[in-house]
Design a protein around this ligand. Structure first.
Ligand SMILES: Cc1cc2nc3c(=O)[nH]c(=O)nc-3n(C[C@H](O)[C@H](O)[C@H](O)COP(=O)(O)O)c2cc1C
Length: 202
């Protein structure tokens, strides 16, 4: 039974720190994470975090830096973005949900139209068809109507659209606080306990 498993896809929208922080939090919560990284995400990760991920020779330390040493390697199941043989490409492989964080407009469009051109699109398709949790964390501004319609189509098919929009009523003191707000809201959707954000009226 793989119901402890989650799929995390990093795509090429700005916001790599959200995806990396989410990975850390999911691993600390004891979850098994099936990780898929798009080629565009590699570019963004390098630009935003100064880390170079190798898609063909993935090493967790390339993505998490020193924090990789704290992780049980068994918890991370990396899949190449074109590996359609991966379990997560099939509905018969059980998961507790999937998160695309950050989610580019390109990936949102592919999911909205069921294109399944890479493992990220396919796994998202699977989560929708199996009626499982699919969380998309888009980051784009402004958005044109096609992008808005694509996100609407994803939501209509059952996805949770959770834009990377940090709140300010929590009085974030740092960029880390703003990142943790979004990661905390994603964890709320997954029913994962956390203390990443102050809650309203607490
Ligand atoms: C530095 C950088 C920042 C980008 N930021 C965004 C963004 O915030 N949102 C977005 O939708 N696309 C963004 N893009 C464009 C996507 O990476 C591009 O559309 C890519 O084809 C998406 O592919 P993917 O969905 O397979 O990752 C950015 C690209 C680069 C290089």
């Amino acid at each position: 039974m793989a119901a402890n498993d989650l799929v995390l896809a990093l795509t090429g929208a700005s916001g790599a720190p959200y995806g990396v922080r989410l990975l850390e939090v999911l691993l600390r919560a004891g979850r098994i994470v099936h990780l898929v990284v798009s080629p565009a995400a590699v570019e963004v990760i390098e630009r935003e975090l100064d880390r170079r991920v190798r898609l063909d020779r993935f090493a967790l330390a390339d993505l998490l830096g020193e924090r990789a040493a704290e992780v049980d390697p068994e918890q991370v199941r990396y899949h190449h973005f074109m590996d359609f043989q991966a379990g997560i490409a099939s509905g018969s492989f059980l998961t507790a949900g999937m998160i695309v964080c950050p989610c580019s407009m390109g990936t949102a469009a592919a999911i909205a139209h069921g294109l399944s051109q890479n493992l990220i699109h396919r796994a998202a398709d699977v989560h929708l068809k199996e009626r499982r949790t699919l969380i998309l964390v888009p980051r784009e501004t402004p958005m044109h109507v096609i992008q808005l319609r694509n996100l609407t189509a994803c939501a209509e098919a059952g996805a949770v659209v959770l834009p990377a929009m940090p709140a300010f009523y929590t009085r974030p003191q740092s960029l880390q606080d703003a990142i943790d707000f979004i990661v905390g809201r994603i964890c709320d959707q997954l029913h994962i306990e956390h203390h990443l954000l102050p809650r309203w009226s607490e």
